[in-house]
Design a protein around this ligand. Structure first.
Ligand code: ATP
Length: 137
């Protein structure tokens, strides 16, 4: 088994989708091994998304990710990174497959409900960005 990192983004929390999304995550066989509700500061979001800092949408992305609380979690499953990205669907919900979390709960490319790490290495980095070792069960 291995692990991935996710955030239920501010739009998911605002719309009351925390329970529904966690239900999908559990139903797909992921075990929650860390979880908290928190709000990212501007500096947090700029660091977390530093890879995108030259992109035209960077300012909008930081505004979005800091405007309210998120739910951060570490998830465990065999093939976690790849299987979780399949569960959430394409970045743009218009392109996301039927039944995926983004198809069901995301409004747009800019407000796409959830994050999923794109590699095992980034899953570990992102997990430690939000959780100490003692919080990762
Ligand atoms: P995430 O990293 O959140 O799981 P992703 O890997 O599917 O998403 P990335 O290309 O890494 O997508 O982009 C990171 C985030 O930046 C997206 O989830 C989305 O919130 C935002 N984003 C990406 N492209 C755009 C865009 N063209 N316009 C607005 N926001 C965008």
């Amino acid at each position: 088994t291995n692990r991935t990192f996710t955030m239920l983004k501010p739009d998911s929390v605002e719309k009351g989708y925390i329970g529904a999304i966690l239900e999908k995550i559990n139903a797909a066989g992921f075990k929650i091994v860390a979880m908290k509700m928190t709000q990212m500061t501007t500096a947090d979001a700029e660091t977390f998304y530093a890879v995108h800092n030259e992109r035209p949408f960077f300012g909008e992305l930081v505004e979005y990710m800091t405007r309210g609380p998120i739910v951060a979690a570490i998830l465990e499953k065999e093939n976690a990174v790849e299987d979780f990205r399949a569960l959430i669907g394409a970045t743009n919900p218009a392109d996301a497959a039927e039944g995926t979390i983004r198809k069901l709960y995301a409004a747009s490319m800019g407000e796409n409900a959830v994050h999923g790490s794109d590699s095992d290495e980034n899953a570990a980095i992102e997990g430690f960005f939000h959780f100490s070792g003692r919080e990762q069960f």
